[in-house]
Design a protein around this ligand. Sequence first.
Ligand SMILES: Nc1ncnc2c1ncn2[C@@H]1O[C@H](COP(=O)(O)OP(=O)(O)O)[C@@H](O)[C@H]1O
Ligand SMILES: O=P(O)(O)O[C@H]1O[C@H](CO)[C@@H](O[C@H]2O[C@H](CO)[C@@H](O)[C@H](O)[C@H]2O)[C@H](O)[C@H]1O
Length: 558
Amino acid sequence: MLISQPMTSDTAWRDSHSDPQFWAMLAQTLLPPYVNTCRWFAGKARPQTGFSVKTVHTLALSDGDIAYLLILEAAYADGRPEKYLLPISFLTDHTTHTLSFQPASVPEKARISDDITIGKETGMLIDAIYDDRFRAVLFTAIYQNQTMPQTDGTLTFHRGKGLDEGDEQLPSRVLPVDSSNSAMTFGDKYFLKLYRKLFQETNPEVDMVAFLTDESSFDHIPAFGGSIIWQGNDRPDITLGMVQRMVPNDKDSWMQTGDYLNDFLYAVPQRLFAIREDVFDKVELLGRRTGEMHCALYKPSKPNAPTDPAFEPEPFTDEYREFMINRLEDLLERRYALLIDNYTKLDLQAQRLAWVFMEAKEMIDTFIADFRTRPLSSQRIRIHGDYHLGQVLATENDFVIIDFEGEPESSIAERKIKHSPLKDVAGMIRSYHYAVSAKLFNSVETDELNPDHLQRVSDRWFYLIRDTFLDAYLDVFGAPHPLFKNNSEINFLLLIYLLEKAVYELGYEISYRPSWVKIPLKGIIDVVREIEKIRLSDGEVTPHVPMLQTGLLQTKRE
Ligand SMILES: Nc1ncnc2c1ncn2[C@@H]1O[C@H](COP(=O)(O)OP(=O)(O)O)[C@@H](O)[C@H]1O
Ligand SMILES: O=P(O)(O)O[C@H]1O[C@H](CO)[C@@H](O[C@H]2O[C@H](CO)[C@@H](O)[C@H](O)[C@H]2O)[C@H](O)[C@H]1O
């Protein structure tokens, strides 16, 4: 089924819209090999049974040519099919002279076919994001709030508050970001993200960014510039893209933390433990900004702002508790199975940690079951949902938070569920743990060092940074606060979300970076030790489990 072969079609490009044979042929020949090379295609590791073009939208380009916006379905031997957005354009000798770029400059990864005959013309079939005529149509349509009726529904372009007057025609380019969607910039002032994997709903990122821009004064996100929506009958709107202000930045916080760790690393072989003061300042600032983001999501700070039920705080209901318990149990089940299947591929240290994790199964199960009945009066709100250092851009003196799409593995309905904001906090804490572990255990400077010594140094760095972040975060709210009832609830919830995140990461690493598996495993073991601490303080003594080494959240707020 998945074959690549030359393709010709008798139907002219501009009439291809209504030629089902053309799309069927494309889906069977050129698209499978092409899509499988695309970073945004999440189905590479699944057994595929074929692609089909489900919908074809037509977009008129400024020079009279057209581009198509395809909704492509990928089907698999097991599990549900997925839908992807693929814009395409056809560059021929006929169109070349109208282009402001040379077809030869189109990057390899954009080329679906270098040599295809459609109608009587031969040319290049490309992903249209690399065609500046296509990018211009998208931006102009957003700028002018256009609607474009299609055979199947309507494409609606919505302009947000973040677009300035006089910016309608800006030069554009594709950004070389390696991520699960596609990014373009207009005049290096606006950032347009085209979503690739589509869901039958409004993307949570648009809700979140529009809400924060329109209803709060939190300005550490790029302002909302608009969205591209596909409206249809009897189904929710589907988000195809979003514009935000472009944030001038050198790097994200993952890279910035990596730089700090490079400085730290040089002293380690000399048995010196040195963290620069400005590292603590930055971590504190990020803790504060994270707290401010959650305050804005908890309660818009603008007076007389209307209350949107999608953002209203909620208590820990039985329904939510069941959802979380099922999610954790399901994640754990799948991770145990993955570990067993891949055990022999793990290095010795990872195997040892995997054993500790598996042996702690009963304790973890009891801890999770406790979620069902433990009294909790803290509240839940909409959160970022996939919060880690890579989602925070470092500007000259501050931070800007991006990518509010939620966790890539979850459905859209799941991504819109309200959680304690401690879920985001747990995400960032895990990320600091990742940063130090990845750096210390993968550097030539520390190659020769004793692993136990390295582990102690890495733990020390992590605990200091974690507590700095957490202290600064909680200080934003003051006590008591409806989101954080008391210290014992903070402790419990943070552990639940740390466990959830580390278990999720375990699957991610086994699939993508097997040599990093020990990082989330170590994170899980740390949580297990904390759980044991709670049990000991509850009077249940289990002597064979090691005591905690850390002072996570020692009664700071009670
Ligand atoms: N508003 C912005 N301004 C500047 N760069 C941005 C902006 N938003 C995202 N980026 C850059 O694009 C990359 C991908 O964006 P992200 O929202 O994380 O996309 P994805 O959903 O594909 O992961 C980011 O890591 C960052 O480098
Ligand atoms: O692509 P996304 O940003 O949506 O997130 C996925 O990939 C992340 C890796 O790029 C992964 O994050 C994990 O690794 C990070 C370091 O590379 C680390 O900072 C994070 O803490 C850790 O979770 C993320 O889990 C995954 O959803």
